[in-house]
Design a protein around this ligand. Structure first.
Ligand code: PHE
Length: 330
């Protein structure tokens, strides 16, 4: 019987140990038989044999319990090892998309005006001359049509050169008061460092009863808007001309960039033009059938805002889809 202890001690698996348990402690196991054999032991030897048998049972039980604990621990360790996740392993990050910087900038611009209850209006990219020019006080013979190099289709339609036609459509569909912006793509025949044939604008329009909308309102909102977008810059309004506004102005921001070891003026004048604006010309109101109203309008190029906000030197790089640029905006 003694060698059962050695067999328990050398068991290598839980299965092996379980077979031993059954063979030793089972109903028909070694111990049970040994105890059954007690009846054949002469009475005078019984106490001695019974004692030895009990001691052996204790020793076997202890050996079994120790081995069981040891193999259980080993088994657990093996399982943990198998299920282990090595968090230090290199795993390439899945590629994720991100908003294009132009769209991201457009969203920021839209957010500002939406927070002031402006509605967001859209319109067709392919326009007719009435909505793109005529209704905006740019009749056929008007030399100002030269300001916008237009892509024409054979049927006389054209790619809209600004998003102002959306203002015309909105005014013709709705009644004042109107407080709207029109974000979207526009097209002009131009291509150099600062011009691309397609770019994006956000234009704005506010119309209410005569006398209710003033240039002061326009000035306040644009100053507040530019401070929201560019931080603590100076803003100046310069008299200008647009056929659809009178009076008109162009708006500049001071451009001093302070980066690293000092500040740099980003144009020779120290000012950068960022917006066109003015009070809506009475001829525009006439074209859409509005009377006794006043209003302001403004328009801006989204790419120019994106370039300034992210210090991108060449406008064309925004349209090349180069991942080395785009991945910086994840
Ligand atoms: N529509 C003008 C443009 O595209 C921008 C503008 C809008 C200017 C409203 C003044 C007022 O150049």
């Amino acid at each position: 019987m003694e060698n059962w202890i050695d067999r328990i001690k050398s068991a290598e698996t839980l299965d092996e140990l379980e077979s031993l348990r059954i063979a030793i402690f089972g109903k028909k196991g070694e111990l049970a038989q040994a105890f059954a054999n007690m009846k054949n032991v002469p009475p005078e030897e019984k106490p001695k044999v019974a004692k030895e048998l009990n001691l052996l049972k204790q020793a076997l039980t202890r050996a079994y319990n120790e081995k069981k604990a040891e193999l259980d621990t080993l088994e657990l360790q093996k399982r943990l090892k198998a299920e282990e996740i090595d968090v230090s392993l290199y795993s390439p990050r899945p590629q994720s998309g991100a908003l294009h910087p132009v769209m991201d900038t457009m969203d920021k611009i839209i957010d500002y005006f939406v927070s002031l209850n402006f509605s967001v209006e859209t319109g067709p990219l392919v326009e007719d001359e009435f909505h793109n020019f005529e209704a905006l006080n740019l009749p056929d013979y008007h030399p100002a049509r030269d300001m916008q190099d237009t892509f024409y289709f054979k049927d006389g339609k054209l790619f809209r050169t600004h998003t102002s036609p959306v203002q015309i459509r909105t005014m013709m569909q709705q009644k004042p008061p109107i407080r709207m912006i029109s974000p979207g793509a526009v097209f002009r025949r131009d291509f150099d460092l600062t011009h691309t044939p397609q770019f994006h604008q956000v234009e704005g329009l506010m119309v209410d009863e005569e006398g209710k909308v003033s240039f002061a309102n326009l000035k306040w909102i644009l100053e507040d808007f530019l401070h929201t977008m560019f931080g603590d810059v100076d803003v100046r309004f310069r008299p200008s001309f647009f056929p659809f506004t009178e009076p008109s102005a162009e708006v500049d921001i001071s451009c001093i960039f302070c980066k690293g070891n000092g500040c740099r003026v980003c144009s020779h004048t120290g000012w950068l033009e960022v917006l066109g604006c003015g009070m809506v010309d009475s001829n525009v109101f006439k074209a859409v059938g509005y009377e006794n109203v006043s209003g302001y309008a403004f328009g801006l190029g989204v790419e120019r805002f994106a370039m300034l906000m992210h210090q991108i030197p060449d406008l064309r790089s925004l349209f090349e889809g180069d991942l080395r640029l785009l991945e910086q905006f994840q």
